[in-house]
Design a protein. Structure first.
Length: 396
């Protein structure tokens, strides 16, 4: 590191490769030479896909073994001190927080270091406050999830309290900015909107992608990519497929449904699939899953809670017709009846009708896919996201 470089410490709760981790990876690996990045996370640690991908790109990664996603007072207390120790050691110019748990612990630790932190000696201790700025990117407020009321109250209260320790909050959409001010988390002047961006994807050809996924070449495939969590609303997709199967509508006989991803809801989803005797297939986790998108004919995003999902940007880049729910920033990316179709969340009947409409109107579906591809390349590219974020780092 040279004196002219700005050192950024990225903190994220988990080391899997969801949206927040993709965001951290994209920033850390695409910063200009004026910046140097260090990334730290907890759960999954060195075994997580984020850690492995960063190491492949020679980005330094640090594991915080006490940092867990679930609330646990003992682990959280120990994680706080691990973060404090890391900040003291690294002496970053900027701490960039990602995800709710690290938002709270990380901003408290940063404040502690700013007030009583120590500059490291050869043994990692010394005197003097750590001087750094704190940024926080909101990847969807956790208190909007389906949680117990006490957890919602806890997270909202904690986010409000720790917002005062953040120099800048980055929201991924105007929707999230409005949500932030509406819930009195932070004033509008401390919030900047920077849309997610996705770099160019090396898609596999359709036939090759289908062969690798074990999909018949003549099948009509409706697909989705994402972790098997409640937020993704896959139970509504299952109900949608049941609706389609039980109706008299039969424009295409060989329809297959594929969900690529893994997560805690697998058992629940499998039970629902078995109950309706559907040909819905839970493929499981797949490295570089977006590369297989050309295997799909329609992409469905059924989420009940989102920030700005990379999966939708990736499906747009693949030129797929998309049906997506009106949650988070999705309506700022998908314009209904222009580059895709929008439906209300948790509405399986409406979702079924929109899917059937696209199947019955292939010319319209093709037009939506072409427009989506044009829009994502123009408005939601990685270079723009990195450039705007770097500018904010230097001029908060």
């Amino acid at each position: 590191m040279t004196k002219s470089q700005t050192k950024i410490l990225y903190l994220v709760t988990q080391s899997d490769f969801g949206g927040a981790q993709r965001y951290v990876y994209d920033l850390a690996t695409n910063l200009s030479k004026n910046f140097i990045a260090v990334v730290a996370s907890g759960e999954q640690g060195y075994d997580g896909e984020l850690a492995k991908k960063l190491q492949e790109r020679n980005i330094r990664y640090v594991c915080l073994p006490r940092l867990k996603r679930a609330i646990n007072p003992w682990h959280d207390f120990l994680a706080f001190w691990q973060i404090v120790k890391l900040i003291k050691k690294e002496q970053p110019d900027i701490i960039h927080l990602n995800s709710s748990k690290i938002s709270i612990l990380g901003s408290l630790a940063a404040k502690w270091c700013q007030m009583s932190g120590a500059r490291p000696t050869a043994r990692g201790s010394g005197t003097g406050a750590v001087k750094c700025q704190v940024f926080y990117t909101v990847h969807g407020w956790v208190f909007n999830e389906e949680l117990a009321m006490w957890k919602k109250w806890f997270y909202k209260t904690a986010e409000r309290f720790t917002a005062r320790f953040k120099d800048k909050i980055i929201c991924l959409s105007e929707f999230e900015k409005n949500n932030t001010t509406k819930n009195n988390i932070a004033p509008a002047q401390t919030i900047s909107v920077i849309y997610n961006g996705r770099g160019a994807i090396d898609f596999l050809p359709r036939e090759q992608a289908r062969e690798k996924l074990g999909i018949s070449q003549d099948a009509f495939v409706i697909g989705a990519i994402g972790n098997l969590s409640k937020n993704k609303g896959y139970k509504y997709v299952i109900a949608t497929i049941q609706n389609i199967q039980s109706s008299s509508w039969r424009t295409i006989s060989n329809i297959q449904y594929l969900i690529v991803g893994e997560g805690p809801e697998r058992n629940n989803l499998e039970s629902k699939i078995n109950a309706i005797k559907s040909n819905i297939r839970l493929f499981g986790a797949l490295e570089d899953a977006s590369h297989y998108l050309k295997a799909f004919d329609i992409y469905v995003c059924s989420s009940v809670k989102e920030g700005l999902p990379y999966s939708v940007l990736e499906a747009m880049q693949a030129g797929l017709p998309i049906v997506a729910t009106t949650v988070g920033a999705i309506p700022e990316v998908i314009t209904d009846k222009k580059n895709g179709l929008l439906v209300e969340p948790k509405n399986s009947e409406e979702l079924a009708e929109k899917i059937k409409y696209l199947i019955d109107n292939p010319d319209v579906a093709k037009k939506f896919g072409e427009q989506a591809k044009e829009d994502v390349i123009k408005k939601f590219n990685l270079e723009r996201m990195v450039e705007e974020t770097q500018t904010l780092y230097l001029n908060p």
